[in-house]
Design a protein. Sequence first.
Lengths: 155, 584
Amino acid sequence: MEKRPSTLLPRRSVLGGLAALPFLIPGRVSAASYAPLSFDDLYGKISVLGLEFSDKAKALSGKPVAMRGFMAPPLKAEAQFFVLTEIPMSICPFCSTDSDWPDNIVVVYLDSRQTFTQPNETIEVRGMLEVGSWTDPETGFLSRLRIRQADYEAV
Amino acid sequence: MRKLIAALVVSTVLAGAAQAANIYPLDRATILTGSPFDFKVEFSSVVKPEDVKVTVNGQDYKSALGKEAQFVAEEKNKDKVLGSAVILRGVTIANAGDYKVEVTAGSETKSATWNVYGTAAAPKAKNIIFLLGDGLSVAHRTGARIMSKGMTEGKANGRLNMDDLDHMAFIGTSSTEAIATDSANTMSAYMTGHKSAVNALGVYGDRTPDAFDDPKVETIAEALRRQTKKSIGIVSGSELQDATPAALAAHTRKRAEKAEIVGMLFDVKPDVLLGGGSAYFLPKETAGSKRKDDKDYIKIFKDAGYTLATDKNELAQAAGSNTGKILGLFHPANMDATLDRDFLKKGTVDKFPNQPGLVDMTKVALDNLGKNPEGFFLMVEGASIDKMSHPLDWERALFETIEFDKVVGVAREFQKAHPDTLIVVTGDHTHGVSIIGTIDDDKPGTEMREKVGTYAEAGFPNYEDKNGDGYPDRVDVSRRLAIFANNGPDHYETFRPKLDGPFVPAIQNEKKEYVANEEYKNVPGAVFVQGNIPKSGDTGVHAVDDEVLQAAGPGAEGFHGYMEQSDVYKVLADTFALGVKQTN
């Protein structure tokens, strides 16, 4: 895993959640502690009658993860979250009346505001994985997987 | 002439001076006798109820329509007052004829004339098989014929099944608000006899933001339930809540209300319901659900006596089980296209490897529905002709067309054994696509546009179908069809079939503009193509061009010349004599 630019650190708000992890350097999350997680890793069973989270996703719940994907254009510029997708979005479910999100999206809540990337650019998101249904109180957007206290960079 | 123009200008100005109300159904609406519809008048200002006067053929509306209307003092969009309205739901008119509706309130005045039509007393056919190639355009037919059958010295080496249907009409597909159109209002016009607005299903699009309060019209499934004991089948490769299958049952201004549309499909209980879109049947707690409530429509359908099938094997079992109603859900979203499903194994085929094709689904539907001595109405949609034409993936769209034509063949076989069956084959709208020649890899040079053969240089493609399955054995032959769209977003033209999965021509940037997908930038010979539609457009758009409709069997003689999409319903209703109660 490549070195992260120091401007993205420190991640003070992450500390509370991570304090229990023994290998943490105080004030920093070491790059090595972010478990790599891919879109293929998210679901163990995929069927017409529903998806089941994989053991890996369940085991990493509440833990720091690093995921690569593409940033879907945000709902609005000041939104607190964006949607991470496996492939660049060719449709806009926020704006089109008959478009749907893919079923394997991850919603990313940023620790602090960052500029949005170009859509053709692969990004790596790092933050705390949260597994289970949750509705964003501000937008009503229902998600099943989230990365919170996150930041990202282009790779 | 000059005087005439002057007079026209004056009358236009005068008409503009009086504030105009809207009447639904619109002027020139055609309405089946006895078919329920909602009557609504929208005034452009707030009016007093005592000032409202509504007459039908010169008489007070209450005697003509049989009910008293509800007066709405102020319709609103958020805080903005839109004006007063009069709404009368579930009206029926028993007798055929022209009905002139006149409305006045203060300075507002409007009139509309509806044509109420009856049908023959006796049905012409027992069954109707309505085959709808979504987005099916002339180029799809031509391309499917050349790809599937080949061509020698300018003559096709074989005919498509759809080539032998003996009645034809050109269909105008425009919506009530624009010359352009989408799959919601177009299929809704076929399935209700009323044209509507883009995104609307089974309703006229009114001005209020509520997607469920618009003036309703009756769908064919509802008319069949009201007047007959026929069975109903809906088969599609798309999500079953998608616009085309939904149009048989749904009433909403917004086709995107897919979770609600599942409930509307359940309300008419199609005897056979096969397709994708399971995500909208699952309660929200189930991962993969796209519902926002706890309704479990898998359970609700099962409790109502449906046998559930989730793949090809279960569909075969359900077909043999003789239990009656079948719900087949083979994908959480849209099913994969034929080229991916049966040949390249791309798209989501790795996750859902055992999806049935449209031919399998149609056969099961016909076996099941054909058991009803009262007959049936079956709608089969070749959905991905459109879904692959939008992203300019023409090879996939042509494979879909070949598959759709095989479904026409299955229907024609059924018709041979059951001649009291009307078959209609059409699309809901066209795409801006044409075949202009061939692309020949063996032409000299590296620049791909120099390998495009036009006029005599086009020659003939070298697709082969040695195994006789109707599909070319290879799609990436060295001399293939040159198919281009006349519109689209910025994209890279690769001049080749997309073997790694469906084409994604453009992706969205943070300004919500669509930019060329750079995944195709480095394909050898790829060239950048500047888009010619607004940058908000993600893919190629529907064309306004007429649609071709073909038909065979009893009732087919009703299709000829130019017809509005809404006129097609009239032929269907007449073929089944839906103006007459047939429940013995």
